[in-house]
Ligand binder design. Structure first.
Ligand SMILES: N[C@@H](CCC(=O)N[C@@H](CS)C(=O)NCC(=O)O)C(=O)O
Ligand code: FES
Length: 105
């Protein structure tokens, strides 16, 4: 499997997936820490990939998703965005519905 195929596979098979730096219990960057904390605050199960531990994915994902930075949140196969967008969706009350909708699909 190529790195791109692996990425597409991960996105397809995990209804909520965050590519982040570090792991949810020990994020290695403030942006990833904030993003994952907001997702955790909704209380839905989610998958994660630590790009610091997956250098090929770190290199390839921005080309696949056309999003240059980490974190990157995918819900139901679609890119939602990074930390700023997750924060915005949390503030305007949309994050919960987006995440819960994906889990019960
Ligand atoms: N404003 C961005 C902040 C994220 C960001 O700037 N990430 C940088 C530093 S962690 C990044 O991923 N750079 C590319 C890399 O490290 O591979 C967001 O909303 O997610
Ligand atoms: S690792 Fe330095 S800003 Fe994210």
């Amino acid at each position: 499997m190529t790195t791109e195929e692996k990425i597409l596979d991960q996105i397809k098979n995990n209804p909520i997936l965050i590519y982040m730096k570090g792991v949810p219990d020990a994020p290695q960057c403030g942006f990833s820490a904030k993003a994952v904390a907001l997702i955790q605050s909704i209380g839905v199960p989610f998958a994660w990939v630590d790009v610091l531990n997956a250098p090929f994915i770190r290199e390839k994902l921005p080309k696949v998703s056309k999003w240059p930075t980490f974190p990157q949140l995918f819900v139901a196969g679609e890119l939602i965005g990074g930390c700023d967008i997750i924060e915005e969706l949390h503030k305007n009350g949309e994050l919960s519905g987006i995440l819960k909708g994906a889990v019960t699909e």
